[in-house]
Structures are given as C-alpha cells and as structure tokens.
Write a protein that binds this ligand. Structure first.
Ligand code: GLU
Length: 470
C-alpha cells in the first residue's frame, strides 16, 4: 500500500459534534496504524454558515481528544481558483460543458419531468449544444457529463459493493455561474490534490460518492478507497438528538468525561475488535482496520459511556485528575469549588485515591471532594439530614467525647476508639458511621469516614461534630 493519507473534512458551521469526533477518530487511527498522515480540511465554502469560532471549536475539540492532524489545516474556500481551473479543464477535455439554462427554464424542466412521472432532473439540454447558441446576458454554470449508461459502482469497505444506476445521476453542476465550485466538485479536487488514499466518513455521503466518482473518472484520477460508516443513532434507534447525546465534544468535557474514555467509547461505537470493551488508544491503533467497522447503525448509550469513564477515573493518576478537576471547575464556572480545590491541593491529592472508585465523572469527583473545603456549618443534604435524628445526635456527642481522648489522630487509632464505643453502646459500627458521615460531610456518600476525619484534621472534625450536637 502506498503511504496512507486520510482526512477529516468538517464543515465549520458549529461545534465538533460527537459523530464528527468519531469520524475523526477512525481517520486518525487508520492513518496512525499504517504510519500515514491524517489531514484536516475545513470545508468552509458555504460562506453564510461557516464561522471562525466554529473552526476554532473544531480544532480545540480535536486537540482535547488527542486527535492531532498533520500539517496545517487546509481551507477549502482558499482553493476556489484551483477548483475552477479543474472545472474548465474538464470542459476543455469534453467531459463537462457550459449550461445557460435560466432558473425559469430549469423550473419548467422540472415541472415537465414531474408531469411525465419522472424524477425532476436536468435533462442535458446544453450537453451537446453548440456554445455559439449561448444566449446573451446569462452567466453559465459548468455541468459534468454524467455517463448515460452503465452503473457507477462504489466498492466500499463497510457497505460492500454499492451500485448506482446512471439514469439516476444527472449532469450535476460543478461550477456555479459566479465561478464558485459546488461542494461535490471541491471535495474531489481537494482529495486528489491532498493525495488522500482513504476516505472514511458518514454514510450520508454514500450517494455523493457515486457523483464524485464521475469526476474522478472524467479526470482520469484514481478513486481513493472508501469507507462509509453508519451514523450514530439514539438508544431507541431514532436519529441522534440532543437529548441522546448529539452534542459538541466540549459538552462532554464539561460533563466530566475524560478524553481517553471518550476515545475508547467512540471507538466502540461502530467499530469492534473481538469482545474488547476497554482498550488503550495504543491498542486501538494496533488493532484498527476498516474491516472492523460495523455495518449496522451504532446506538449511543450514556450508561456505557459513564461506565467506561468510571474505569478511566479509577485508573488515572491523582495528579492528572486534580488538574482536570481544577480545569473543569473553572470551565463550568464553579467558583467555590475552584477556590476550594486550588486552596487545598495537597488534601485533595491525598483524598483522590479514596474518591476515584466512587465517581463516574469529573463533576462527581468534585462533588465528592467538597467535604474537604466545605465551610462550617456544613450544608446537610436531605438524605443526610434524615440520618441526624435526635437519638443520632446524642450518639454523636458521645463520639465527640471519645475522640477528644485520642492521642494520635490516625485511622487505626480512630477505628479502635470507635469500635470500643460501639461495643459499649451495643451498636453496630455502621450505626455510628452513618450519622458521623452526615455530620462531617453533609452527605450519605463519602470515602471511608475515618479517612475523612484524618483528611480534614482533628480540629475541623471536632468543630463539625460540635455543629451538629450543640
Ligand atoms: N464536510 C462534510 C461534512 O461535514 C464531509 C465531507 C466528506 O467527508 O467528504 O459532512
């Protein structure tokens, strides 16, 4: 195989959404696997809808996901003169022609086709007409001469052999009357000039592929290998909606997903390697093949994504997670948490191994860390309040007395003291731990409560207890 060149070709009309991210991931993995390159082409020919902030958001999204493209991003709009040049070359070669039909004539053509029960297509009016018959004052478009018979075959790595009847493909426009290229034409010229060997994209582009092959053939260019991947659907099988997760990748970052978890999850969404669910990016690259792409539509599943994210959170180094917690708190505007996390870095780092097994997202990690920097008197949530019955508060007072007497403030010493107290009271240790957790963290879920006491320190522990017993 010659050197593999793939490309990711987003239209910058919005954020990098989850489907685009997956397409980029597959292109990236395939290029990496074969020691090739992945190029980034910004398809910004639609000047009305393309924006610079969207270009930035796409680049940031890719970078955050660790999907680095090779070389500079290419602007499709910036290549308009090259697109026009090829369109004129096709005219010169006799594979394309100037069409002078006015909008009214085209309307009439469509009406007539419809009346005859045919699909509303261009009827080739100018295909063989002598340009000397060109009317005055009409700027022509350039149309490709689509083959009149035979089939156009897309040999697709995912869809297999897909046959398009030429009668369904009319002489479509490649250059508009203002000299700008159509999308169909620009993509082919760019892919050829960029040396793209493999096109991996959504299967909503499959019929475009047939039209694009007509241009490749007319120019005598090699058609790249193609893999059209099924789109992502919601868990109910319907088109992916916002509620289902059709969001920009930055929304996932803000919800507290780690890039490596999202990569792993997206890889499994439409691609598989045996029964493997969790694998490193390096393994994915090693295993990646176009044959592993699934033909059936993938279904987005938040629960699965959460579970995978939980795995990566458990595995991560505390220092790495700490930085992400801070960045996330900053990004989503959680000022109190931001101050708490940055002001108590060492304690948060020490607590993280206790927090990690209990969190599925970075936001949950932040919530779990709040007991460290919560200000007194603590806000006690509803479930925790329910545990703080008058009876429980009396037990808390006894605990406070016992804890006063501890010499060394450590988990084993606290553990021994609490067990002794539980025995004396004829209570299970858990019965003591529950109200203790409520009083010290304001919640019913936290790391081991004795660890919590050591993390926040003796003085703070006694003060928080006191707040609930006095
Ligand atoms: N710009 C197109 C899109 O965002 C992709 C075109 C292609 O991959 O050929 O859907």
């Amino acid at each position: 195989m010659s050197k593999v060149v793939t490309r990711f070709a987003p239209s910058p009309t919005g954020f990098l959404h989850i489907g685009g991210a997956r397409t980029a991931l597959f292109n990236w993995a395939f290029a990496r696997k074969h020691g090739g390159t992945m190029l980034l082409r910004i398809e910004d020919t639609d000047r009305e809808r393309s924006t610079e902030p969207a270009v930035q958001a796409i680049k940031e999204g890719l970078s955050w996901l660790g999907l680095h493209w090779d070389g500079d991003a290419i602007s499709q709009f910036g290549r308009a003169s090259r697109h026009a040049e090829i369109a004129h070359e096709l005219v010169a070669k006799g594979h394309a022609y100037l069409c002078y039909c006015s909008p009214a004539e085209l309307d009439q053509m469509r009406e007539e086709a419809r009346a005859a029960g045919k699909p509303p297509r261009y009827n080739g009016y100018w295909r063989d007409r002598d340009p000397s018959q060109a009317p005055e004052g009409i700027a022509p478009v350039v149309r490709i001469k689509a083959p009149l018979s035979g089939d156009i075959v897309v040999n697709d790595h995912v869809q297999g052999k897909v046959v398009f009847k030429t009668e369904n493909l009319d002489d479509f426009i490649i250059l508009r009357s203002d000299g700008t290229p159509t999308y169909m034409h620009a993509v082919v010229v760019d892919d050829h000039d960029m040396g793209v060997t493999h096109i991996i994209r959504g299967d909503d582009h499959l019929t475009n592929a047939a039209r694009q092959i007509i241009i490749y053939n007319a120019m005598g260019w090699t058609v790249p290998d193609m893999a059209h991947i099924p789109l992502i659907h919601g868990p109910d099988g319907a088109k992916l909606s916002k509620r289902h997760g059709a969001l920009g990748v930055e929304a996932y970052r803000q919800m507290g997903y780690l890039p490596e978890a999202l990569r792993n999850y997206l890889a499994r969404l439409g691609w598989s390697h045996e029964d493997d669910e969790i694998f490193s990016t390096q393994q994915m690259v090693e295993w990646f093949s176009l044959e592993g792409l699934n033909k059936g539509a993938a279904r987005f599943d938040f629960v699965k994504l959460e579970n995978i994210n939980g795995h990566y959170i458990r595995e991560a180094a505390p220092a790495y997670l700490y930085d992400i917690m801070v960045a996330t708190a900053r990004e989503v505007g959680r000022e109190v948490d931001l101050a708490g996390l940055t002001g108590n870095k060492d304690t948060v780092l020490a607590a993280l191994p206790e927090l990690q097994p209990r969190a599925k997202t970075v936001l949950e990690l932040i919530d779990l860390a709040q007991f460290i920097y919560a200000t007194r008197p603590l806000t006690i949530d509803a479930a925790a309040t329910a545990l703080l019955t008058p009876e429980a508060r009396t037990v808390l007072a006894d605990m406070a007395t016992t804890l006063e007497g501890i010499i060394e403030w450590s988990v084993p010493a606290i553990d021994t003291a609490m067990r002794t107290l539980a025995e004396a009271k004829g209570l299970k240790l858990g019965k003591l731990a529950q109200p203790l957790r409520a009083a010290l963290t304001g919640r019913t879920v936290s790391p081991g409560i004795f660890e919590v006491m050591v993390l926040i320190g003796r003085a703070e522990t006694m003060a928080r207890l006191n707040d609930q017993t006095a």
